[in-house]
Design a binder for this molecule. Sequence first.
Ligand SMILES: [Zn+2]
Ligand SMILES: [Zn+2]
Length: 108
Amino acid sequence: MLFVRLRSLLFASCPDHPVALCEKCRRTYTPEQLGTEIGDGCYLCHDCGADLRESVVAHARTCPNLIPQKPLARMASVTSSMISPAVSNRFATRRRARLGLDVHTAAR
Ligand SMILES: [Zn+2]
Ligand SMILES: [Zn+2]
């Protein structure tokens, strides 16, 4: 969940200025106004329901508060080339198999 991570980053670095703009309502949002709850809706415009993620990501790329410490480009490339799904799937399957075996043994 990259967006959640980005939002907590914005909470730390940009608490005092808007990080998102709804193009339709011309309404701006600070991290606090976007809300703290983890889940659907935290990145939606409170007035019209527009998706503000793009706007937030755009801010993160341009905001001087974020650029010096955490280059987002690097963050994004790390995310996309993170653990490949094949590897983590194989790991999960092996783990499940082992757990299944344990359950089986315990049942007898
Ligand atoms: Zn900022
Ligand atoms: Zn709106």
